[in-house]
Design a protein around this ligand. Sequence first.
Ligand SMILES: Cc1cc2nc3c(=O)[nH]c(=O)nc-3n(C[C@H](O)[C@H](O)[C@H](O)COP(=O)(O)O)c2cc1C
Length: 153
Amino acid sequence: MSRVIIYKSKTGHTERYAKMLSEELDIPCYSYKEAKVSDNDEVIFLSYIYASKIMGLSKALNKYNIKAIIAVGALAYSKDYVNTLKQTNNIDKPFFYLRGGIDYSKLNFIFRKFLPIIGKDIAKDDKELLNLFKNGGDFVTKDSLKDVINHLK
Ligand SMILES: Cc1cc2nc3c(=O)[nH]c(=O)nc-3n(C[C@H](O)[C@H](O)[C@H](O)COP(=O)(O)O)c2cc1C
């Protein structure tokens, strides 16, 4: 039995985390579309969050033997947020949240137009978040993977 990483990523943050993890754990890493997985492989699944939903998770759970789930979003890490995500996405497996970012240059016209508006509502008085939804930002760091690596090594 071997382990593989499968990821979904729209604008690259999740892909970068997946590749860092692949290097760190020395196991292969595939995008969801290109996944090469044997029946008894253990899968570490990474995907991005849209509207509190971990995209592609339900399908992946039906298809693969998933041993850990890693969600990537724009909001700052907090235990409350992790619990909310676990509940909203019905997660009963090892779960980690990593902060990605917002890259407006890679989003389509609709999201470029509406995310700053929705973001204002989400950010409320949080200046850092307001700035993120206005201008975009990148929070991907190798350091953020520490807990994931400790759990999976
Ligand atoms: C339409 C839309 C909805 C989003 N909803 C959330 C959300 O509910 N929670 C969150 O933390 N981030 C949210 N984000 C931010 C993305 O999860 C973030 O940009 C993530 O880094 C994208 O990963 P990717 O670059 O691998 O595609 C949203 C982004 C978009 C465009």
